[in-house]
Design a protein around this ligand. Structure first.
Ligand code: ATP
Ligand code: MN
Length: 462
């Protein structure tokens, strides 16, 4: 018999029919006469209840039906006797596909800490929490492609291995096939990268932006959505060494349109989650964060606050709050400042613009004041920075000057400079950290819990 997914069974569409379900046992309870098996196959947050009349089943088989075991069962879909579900299945046959020894299966009991579950990341998919998180993560990835596709953007695949280390977004991971113990040497004794796989030093990308700009200058509106890598040793709850980033880049957009696009995208995605991930969000709201749903609805319903970096610094300085790191014009804001602005002062998402040029990347458009650039950071409650972006410097001379000032070798980025030499135009874009988005939407507190296999300093286990 063809398998019916639990999500479809629970709609009640098969009431009165004989069906087959397959999945993993969440719980088994019962009495002398009857067993109740909660079966989950991942298609929904909810499990379907299977009711087994013990007299009709072989004792040995039912003994193997323990938490974590995988079974295939057939039976009749009937109106549920119990509360909490509309239908259940009266089991007529069962086959145990895979046993899970009750003595050694680590998820035998409920209520494990997230820290413990991180240590068994290969099994944590099977919990309610991680089922919910990863279904939401999927929905957000799909929503991102839908948002951009519906607006006529083209999805560009930027390279993961890059020959340039001048992008400036963070420390990079070297990619090499050279023998680390005994690498080939040049006459002067340095490592001879000519012998390396690509004939020169290569790294894992920190961002697809520069490549996306090349595409935007021909295709108009593009976005990347891929893995990025940063070798910073920051062991925080918001940083990963391998994370996914969404980077739209749009020809003819200036900073205002860039902010509008960022705000539209974030509100669209949060609404998409509210519309498509109801059961999972309700569970997370109840289990981890009672304000989650309210916060999501609030973000969709209210315009983001927009102000200059300089104004934000004045507000922070006048706040009377004793921050761990002092703020003054010219300092980079840290997440305590960002979160105070969002959570305490404005109590809504904030977009800051016009940052000092010294703390921002070389490619940002320089303002006429000679001091600031047209950067924009979107700050979110509980997260701090969720998006970083800017209008780009489209003037060849100004861009080249800034590269010289910041000691960025122009030979390495000649291809980037070419866009400003041939048919340049105003354009803008930003990077949205996918895991930061998932943190916000799920209400989870640690970024290690919103990516299946987190890579962090000292940890790249399976
Ligand atoms: P932060 O100041 O929070 O370290 P950043 O300014 O270095 O971030 P950008 O280079 O602006 O980050 O990257 C764009 C976006 O990518 C950020 O707004 C954030 O959402 C996300 N991001 C950056 N670094 C990381 C990381 N190590 N792990 C997860 N997401 C990240
Ligand atoms: Mn940033």
């Amino acid at each position: 018999m063809q398998r019916t997914k639990v999500v479809d069974v629970l709609t009640g569409q098969d009431k009165g029919k004989e069906i087959c379900v397959k999945g993993w046992v969440r719980t088994k309870r019962g009495n002398k006469n009857v067993a109740f098996i909660a079966l989950n196959d991942g298609s929904s947050f909810h499990s379907v209840q299977l009711v087994a009349d013990l007299a009709k089943f072989d004792e040995d088989t039912l003994r193997k039906v323990t938490t974590g075991a995988c079974i295939s069962a057939t039976g009749l879909v009937v109106e549920s006797q119990g509360s909490g579900q509309s239908v259940e299945m009266q089991m007529t046959s069962i086959e145990v596909l895979g046993e899970a020894d009750a003595e050694t299966y680590p998820l035998q009991k409920k209520g494990h800490s997230l820290e413990f579950l991180r240590e068994i990341a290969h099994l944590r998919f099977r919990t309610n929490t991680f089922g919910a998180v990863f279904r939401i993560r999927h929905a957000m990835a799909f929503g991102i492609h839908k948002f951009f596709n519906d607006r006529g953007f083209f999805y560009i695949h930027s390279p993961i291995i890059t020959g340039s280390d001048a992008e400036g977004a963070g420390a990079m991971f070297r990619v090499t096939t050279l023998d680390p113990v005994n690498p080939p040497k040049t006459e002067t004794g340095t490592v001879d990268f000519k012998e390396d796989f690509f004939g020169g030093p290569t790294n894992l990308t920190v961002s697809g932006q520069l490549e996306a700009e090349l595409a935007a200058m021909a295709l108009g509106q593009v976005y990347t959505f891929g893995p990025t890598f940063r070798a910073e040793n920051s062991n925080t709850s918001r940083h990963l060494a391998e994370f996914w980033m969404i980077e739209p880049e749009v020809a003819f957009n200036e900073i205002k349109e860039n902010m509008d696009l960022a705000e539209d995208l974030l509100q669209y995605l949060v609404q998409y989650a509210l519309d498509n991930c109801k059961d999972d969000l309700e569970f997370l709201n109840q289990q981890y964060d009672k304000e989650l749903l309210d916060r999501l609805r609030f973000v969709v319903a209210n315009k983001f606050e927009r102000l200059n970096y300089g104004e934000a610094v004045e507000i922070l300085k006048g706040s009377g709050v004793k921050f761990e790191f002092p703020v003054d014009w010219g300092t980079d804001l840290s997440s305590e400042h960002e979160r105070w602005l969002v959570e305490k002062h404005f109590q809504k998402p904030v977009i800051l613009t016009n940052y000092p040029k010294e703390i921002k990347a070389f490619y940002m458009k320089q303002n006429d004041d000679g001091k600031t650039v047209r950067a924009m950071d979107v700050l979110f409650p509980g997260i701090g920075e969720i998006i970083g972006g800017s209008q780009r410097e489209e003037n060849y001379d100004k861009l080249l000057n800034r590269m010289h000032e910041m000691h960025i070798p122009e030979e390495e980025l000649y291809w980037y400079l070419d866009t400003r030499k041939f048919g340049t135009c105003p354009h803008a874009g930003f990077g949205l950290g996918f895991e930061r988005l998932i943190l916000f939407v799920t209400g989870m507190a640690n970024i290690r819990d919103v990516i299946p296999f987190p890579r962090t300093p000292q940890n790249a286990a399976f």
